[in-house]
Design a protein around this ligand. Sequence first.
Ligand SMILES: Nc1ncnc2c1ncn2[C@@H]1O[C@H](COP(=O)(O)OP(=O)(O)OP(=O)(O)O)[C@@H](O)[C@H]1O
Ligand SMILES: [Mg+2]
Length: 852
Amino acid sequence: MLRSLGSGPRGLVESEAEARLVRYGENVLPARRVPSLPIVFLRSLRDPFTAVLACLALVSALVAAWATASVIAVLVVVSCALRAAGEHRADRSAAGLRELVASTATVLRRTDDGAVPVPREVPVDQVVPGDVVRLAPGDLVPADLRLLRATGLTMHQAALTGESAPVPKYPVDEPAAPAPPGAARAHALDKQDPAHALDEQDFDRPEVCFQGSSVASGSGTGVVVSTGADTRFARADKPHRDDRRTTAFDRSVYGISWILIRFMLLTPPLVLMASAALRGRGLETLPFAVAVAVGLTPEMLPVIVTTTLARGASALARTHQVIVKRLPALHDLGAVDVVCLDKTGTLTQDRPVLDCALDTAGRPDDSVLHWAAVNSLWTLQLAELPAADALDEALLDAAEERLPADALEYDAVAALPFDPVRRLSTAVVDTPHRLGHHTLVVKGAVEDVLERCPLSADERERAVALADRLAADGLRVLAVALAERPAAGRPYTVADERGLTLKGLVGLRDATAESAADALAALAHRGVAVKVLTGDHPGTAARACRELGLDPGEVVTAASLDGLDDAGVGELADRSTVFARCSPEQKARIVRALRERGHVTGFLGDGVNDLPALRASDVGICPPEAVDVARETADVVLAAKDLTSLDHAIVAGRGGGATIAGYLRITLSSNLGNVIAMLTAGLLLPFLPMLPAQVLVQNLCFDAAQLAFAYDRPRAAMLRRPLKLRPREVLASVTGYGVLNAAADLATFAVLVWAVSDTRGETAFHAGWFTENLLTQALVMVLLRTGRGGGIPVTAGVLALTGLLLPLSPLGPLIGMAALPLAYYPLLALVLTLYATALHWVTRRTRRPSTS
Ligand SMILES: Nc1ncnc2c1ncn2[C@@H]1O[C@H](COP(=O)(O)OP(=O)(O)OP(=O)(O)O)[C@@H](O)[C@H]1O
Ligand SMILES: [Mg+2]
């Protein structure tokens, strides 16, 4: 295999790697490139609102209502162009931000043929076919690899197969398989095994690690067979099967959109039927009906959502170095009311230091440290890991200080590295002075080690009590056990980790993170509940929480969740604060249960054991030092190892959410009011209250003014609570304001009937209503807004002026409006004053209790 790829076990020479990079191109997925502006434009046509608008334009064109059709077409093009421009900008800045958190791969490279290979971190896009790559827990597989060696390697392949449980991977000798011709070119895998070409089965092959998967446990070394667009992941039929469920953003913004779209589709037929039944009109009212439906649409919603979130995200990156990788996640952050955290590395520093090594009776005993360090050293060595995990490193440091220099020298046989489900690691070494015998050295979580030691009830109880005592003191506790076996001629597996003799316990102190206490207090102040989901001991977790001023309450041990159904887990999760001894899957289950109960749930974690929970949450968050796969999966990457930046991110999210909510409330209540009034008037009058083109022009003016919302700043009061946009609540409040708005419109209608009685008739009536509509919309913008920027009042002023002047300008007659009698204006002022007073009164009464 290596020969056919023009490589060797010692990796590529740098110059050859450079040449291959030119030949095969950078290792980037095609889908990852930022799409060009025209493509973004075409894609924005797929938006449901745009689609409905386009249909309505088509209907109008079919009945030869050219004015209506062309105004709608202008509306579609303008909103798509604005949105495409906004999205393109957002995509580019998001790509820039992602670059900041890009991951690297560890490859073996040599300066020249004779030199020793050195493991080197290179950016993932620089990996070429033939590169020899090393994998460690938490690493992303940078390209398709054929394994050369592996130790306890398991992979998350969820991105490829949807299967969440890690699958084992190991090298397979296939002397029968013909080498792929033409060496390093892609598709090597398929050519080698045509029966499985482009088959889901590919993913079952144990000797191949696929791009898009990540290391769950263990380690391995493999040679790259294909990169970039040639990887199996890039060529998959469903390339980005996203297992993320609908998040808060989908439920709120999309939820509202879909309700509106249903209304829009219902409006024209209803209007047609009503006007046929009551007024005996026929199909000639269709353009009017269409215009009314268009009037209901918040066309600028996509533009405002994208612009607001993109602006929020880039401000957050600039001022607090927090990176939002997926824009809707910023909105979801604002809605988060529960944050789940892991403990190690989030609440604590993850820089443990050995505190004590005790025998089973609780007496200090350096031989316990000795065996623990033997385990650390040899699992590390045999697994060829570039770096030790923090616990192993602490044990090795302590051994270096306290034990003789050659104390850890053994002939190592095998290693079964740590994984967060088993919670153990094992090293197998030759038993000194006993030929043909091996010693299994096991260390791990106390419960899991004790389970594998045949002990009397009494001995077990004593060991558990000792561990609990250390944990209550805030120490991280590991148990150490040994077993001596005659050397067997087969490889060791986890099934061999039994019948152990307990040696003792080691306790390690891991200080709490400096800013964590303040950050927890800030979250509580913001109305966000905090839950701690940890793989660690209940006592250690409770102590850490107490030190940080978080009341742990009654600590739940995750094993007790196994007997509960989902509702039970949800109830328990709601009540409790700390969950200890969680497996990765149990963390995810708790997150899912909280979401099931209606909480918008964020999850913050940094390790491989946090991956399923990061995926399951509404918003996955990680610190910048998190393992590659966590950074890849998370939606938000925090600044430095500092929890306080989470608070800034939440505030920014709430700001964005408030702006979107404000826009929706204002637009929808105005639009709804207009529609109600127009329909009522349409049925009372012998003529149409407004011509279709007038409805649409007025709509266009209002839409243009709404763009100011994207630049509004939220008021501090909006940032105090989680900001949840519930479609029902929004629509209920909108209906109230809409009815009020309709009342003002109908009052104007009465005034108009009187003022323009018969002199100028229809055209003056249209002008009067046009002016009133834009003036009320300007009022609503100012009175209902939740922000505090100066842009909105100015824009509203311009909108009001347009309403007053447009009918008098040359454009007026063009769309069928005539100047109004002067007597109309004082009466209009009266109607508007009454309306403004009513609006003001209603807002003051309703805004207090709810901020949503
Ligand atoms: N290298 C290791 N060797 C042996 N046992 C380990 C090792 N690392 C961790 N453990 C044990 O396994 C337990 C679970 O580890 P895991 O990584 O799932 O979570 P954690 O780091 O304790 O906590 P958190 O979930 O808060 O990050 C640890 O509490 C510890 O007892
Ligand atoms: Mg962790």
